[in-house]
Design a protein. Structure first.
Length: 97
């Protein structure tokens, strides 16, 4: 078999085996009396829950405020440079005549 034919066969087998693997059920849950790690489905104490939506909203708000602050800063500096360039062009025009 050529190298390309082997790759094609492996790809076909991979596409056939993927749905079979995906149809398998979830792994069995470990017994509660286990010495090691036992996964928890829900927090045992309601105070242990982080307020994720509020923290995300605060983070996005902070980013937007910083972005608008930066844009305002660039706009004011650009306006100042434009005023200085106009002033210099007036001075240069006055000295030519």
């Amino acid at each position: 078999m050529t190298r390309i034919a082997r790759i094609v066969v492996l790809c076909i087998l991979g596409f056939v085996a993927a749905p079979v693997h995906a149809q398998q059920g979830p792994p069995a849950k470990p017994p509660a009396a286990q010495d090691g790690f036992v996964p928890v489905d829900a927090p045992t104490n309601p105070q242990d829950v982080m307020p994720a939506p509020r923290l995300v909203a605060i983070a996005y708000g902070f980013i937007w405020v910083m972005l608008f602050g930066y844009l305002w800063s660039v706009r004011t500096r650009l306006a100042r440079v434009e005023r200085e360039m106009e002033s210099l062009s007036r001075r240069a025009g006055a000295t030519r005549h």
